[in-house]
Design a protein around this ligand. Structure first.
Ligand SMILES: O=C(O)c1ccccc1NCC(=O)[C@H](O)[C@H](O)COP(=O)(O)O
Length: 214
């Protein structure tokens, strides 16, 4: 991984995961607020985890179509550096959330084929960052975190007006190729650093960063 490529590790649930992510060299850690997810954390759990995150690592809350009441409770309880919107939030809602909470907002955009790329252009003016992820399969329980990649050739050589992260099915085995083929300067990983759904593995976290550097 070129030294300036940044890694976000998403779906951390235990204090040991925070220590392992920091030790591995993550730049961002993500907490999932989605009850159906094996990675879901409560506000109390996230508050405790967030306090353990070393200075310099950004704490990201992943929410799905959250209303103001949920976001009020989240932002009051958990010290955060960024909100990741992983649902069907419109560009207007992204702008509203950004203005109301004063936090940088990253919008996840699911890609399956070429027409989906237009969504990136739609959100670039309002989001602070873009998360370019695989589109979930129809009927999937989870809108993300499905260990699925998309066809990277769709975005090879493309540039956008906002910083972006590549996500979807990244593993220690394909991270280097993902960077090489897409030109991504930021990678987001969840399933690829787990030994079972929702169970992060310190060895895989280290391997992800090390393999990507190779
Ligand atoms: O991880 C979840 O359980 C989840 C639940 C609801 C919305 C999004 C979710 N995950 C998103 C991510 O963890 C990542 O941003 C991304 O989709 C990559 O996931 P993966 O393919 O597992 O590396």
């Amino acid at each position: 991984m070129p030294p300036d490529v940044r890694v976000k590790m998403c779906g951390l649930r235990r204090p040991a995961d925070i220590a392992a992510a920091a030790e591995a060299g993550a730049h961002y850690v993500g907490f999932v607020f989605f009850p159906k997810s094996p990675r879901n954390v409560s506000l109390a759990e996230a508050a405790e985890l967030a306090l353990a995150v070393p200075v310099g690592i950004a704490k990201v809350a992943l929410v799905v179509d959250a209303d103001d009441a949920a976001l009020d409770a989240l932002t009051a309880r958990v010290p955060l550096d960024m909100l990741q919107l992983h649902g069907h939030e419109t560009p207007g809602r992204v702008a509203e959330i950004k203005a109301r909470y004063g936090l940088p907002v990253m919008k996840a955009i699911g890609i399956a084929d070429a027409p989906d790329l237009a969504e990136i252009e739609r959100y670039a003016p309002v989001a602070d960052q873009l998360l370019i992820d695989a589109k979930p399969p129809k009927g999937a329980d989870l809108p993300g975190g499905n260990a699925l990649s998309f066809d990277w050739s769709l975005i090879a050589g493309r540039r956008w007006s906002k910083p972006w992260m590549l996500a979807g099915g990244l593993t220690p085995g394909n991270a280097a190729e993902a960077v090489r083929r897409t030109g991504a300067r930021q990678l987001d990983v969840s399933s690829g650093i787990e030994s079972a759904p929702g169970v992060k593995d310190a060895g895989l976290m280290r391997a992800f960063v090390a393999a990507a550097r190779g």
